[in-house]
Design a protein around this ligand. Sequence first.
Ligand SMILES: *Cc1c(COP(=O)(O)O)cnc(C)c1O
Length: 359
Amino acid sequence: MSTPTTRLLTVEGAADTRTHVPLLERYRQRLPFAPGDPLVTLQEGSTPLLRAPVLSELVGATVRLKLEGANPTGSFKDRGMTCAVSAAVREGAKAVICASTGNTAASAAAYAARAGITCAVIVPEGRIAQGKMAQTLVHGARVIELKGNFDRALELVRELTGAHPIVLVNSVNEFRIEGQKTAAFEIHEALEGSLEALCIPVGNAGNITSYWRGFRELGAAPRLWGFQAEGAAPLVLGKIVEQPETVASAIRIGNPVRWEDAMAAATDSRGSIRPVSDQEILAAFRLLASKEGMFCEPASAASVAGLLKYGADAAEQVVCVLTGRGLKDPETAIANNDGRVIPCAAEIGAIEEAVLGDP
Ligand SMILES: *Cc1c(COP(=O)(O)O)cnc(C)c1O
């Protein structure tokens, strides 16, 4: 294999205010990178902020959706991964590793492929959504399926990276948090500082930590409303959940690594971390797809489920973070919708009945 740096881009000198550039260049002056550093990018960030008219009407506030599924691998993890993998290459690393419920694996695999380095991922046995597994495999990562849950997988990779020269790219990695804070910058800029409340799903709690850091750096202080699935709600319960369970696999985590940071983000922003049930998550998931035209993954819908459940509490400008794209998890989508497939003979009469008849 050629040495990775010979084929890599490098960080440009000037910060760039255009939106069609890698976030590491757009926000270089707020990120721990210098001109000439290696840049591993798939042109992440600068995602859309979409008005949600139906949700706005339902909660009596102006609600927008931050479409993080528009990132290159289909989730916000790319914001952190461009920074984590660029920094790993800068340090001369030849391999990265993560434990993952799916999206971190897909993102790490893609950025490692781009950098020309090796990637290994540890996933909990049989619990990875199909799209995420497809991505991870096709990018050429070594996929290790652990007979255990995510929390155990993370404990083991932390131990492994303590003993071997492999860079851990879970959200314990500070570069992940640094990269992900740029989503807060984008929202703050787009709304010219008028954001009052941010709704966000919480799993390992890296993302809520990142947003709070991003807003604080700009002197902004919207309320952060984090939502966990009822069956995987350690931050709500104040104790580790040994067997986390939820349909929203991306937030099926019982012992978040950013526990204290997340609690501080909720408290300091006068926000909260509250539970939503799987039923509420799936109802929001279907509403987003069928009424707003937005197909996100179930974990992402937890942000909207929470807003619908607890209300906007007099906030007028609200953003819900849709963390990942619906195509990531086709099984859950097919099992949870109000549609059906109508079989039809290849004749005009049958087609007429199928198309125009009573549903
Ligand atoms: C990773 C992830 C989350 C949870 O983010 P944390 O930083 O672990 O709290 C939520 N939704 C999706 C789609 C994710 O991939």
